[in-house]
Design a protein around this ligand. Structure first.
Ligand code: ADP
Ligand code: MG
Length: 250
């Protein structure tokens, strides 16, 4: 059989097996490997490494797209020199992701624009690349979802916001919630407690949460579960959004 026919047959079989990336690079890789005198195993290894890398890249891209992240940013894009009060070593230590198997929570507190969402998103991106399931929501979006599940008589346990290895609840405390909503949030926190990690961002100090949740007893119960195994990062600096204004002095 001629070389061209063999190549065609391999390409047909690769398409059947959905090994698309190998299909794309086969001819060129075969040529290069022949030139370099690579072994059969070395050749196969090159092909499969490429196929697996492409699939992994696709998986990350798709997961990030459906995870609800408001933007994609990494920790490399975070300028620590802008937040000199922030303990860089402490923040970087969270990025080894060991809090996830330990089922610990991470809580970012601070005024608007200091990078709470950026850091939470960067953790989600890193977790996703490491193969963990992630889900991002704001408190304002989460509460109606919990309320609907409750009204429908569902536990919500099959939902991404229950079962993901890492759930981010952004902007807790921007809008006050009533007693019923408080209870729903408590149940959400209690369900994830010691089972999976949650990241919370808030512009309110814990002492101000009482006001926000109306009910002292529920707030205490929520904070008790949230904080028992947690890493709290308090950011006290300036807003990054306003940095240009500050730099220009207006
Ligand atoms: P917050 O959630 O605390 O209100 P964000 O994380 O949304 O603030 O930050 C506002 C914007 O500024 C985002 O685009 C974010 O990427 C950027 N940003 C904030 N802090 C930094 C920083 N230290 N380095 C780089 N970009 C930052
Ligand atoms: Mg934010």
């Amino acid at each position: 059989m001629s070389e061209t026919l063999v190549l065609e047959r391999i390409e047909t079989n690769l398409a059947r097996l959905r090994l698309t990336r190998i299909g794309e690079i086969l001819a060129e890789t075969a040529r290069v490997c022949e030139e370099q005198g690579k072994s059969y195993l070395g050749f196969l290894d090159d092909l499969f490494e490429e196929e697996v890398a492409r699939r992994e890249q696709r998986r990350v891209e798709t997961t990030l797209k459906i995870s609800g992240l408001p933007f994609i940013k990494t920790i490399d894009e975070f300028d620590f020199s802008f937040q000199p009060g922030l303990d860089q070593r402490k923040v970087m230590s969270i990025f080894d992701l060991s809090f996830i198997p330990r089922k610990e929570n991470v809580i970012f507190l601070g005024p608007p624009g200091v990078g709470k969402t950026h850091l939470a998103v960067a953790l989600a991106v890193k977790a996703c690349q490491a193969g963990q399931s992630i889900y991002f929501t704001t408190m304002a979006d989460l509460i109606p979802k919990l309320a609907k599940d409750h009204a429908d008589g569902k536990t919500g346990k099959g939902r991404s916001y229950y079962k993901s290895a890492l759930v981010i609840v952004d902007e807790v405390g921007y809008t006050p919630i009533d007693r019923h909503e408080c209870n729903l949030f408590y149940r959400f926190v209690a369900n994830r407690y010691e089972k999976a990690s949650t990241i919370i961002t808030s512009n309110k100090a814990f002492t101000d949460w009482t006001e926000l949740f109306h009910d002292q007893v529920i707030v205490t119960a929520v904070l008790d579960r949230l904080l028992h195994h947690s890493i709290v990062i308090n950011i006290r600096g300036n807003s990054y959004r306003l940095r240009e204004k500050i730099e220009k002095g207006d």
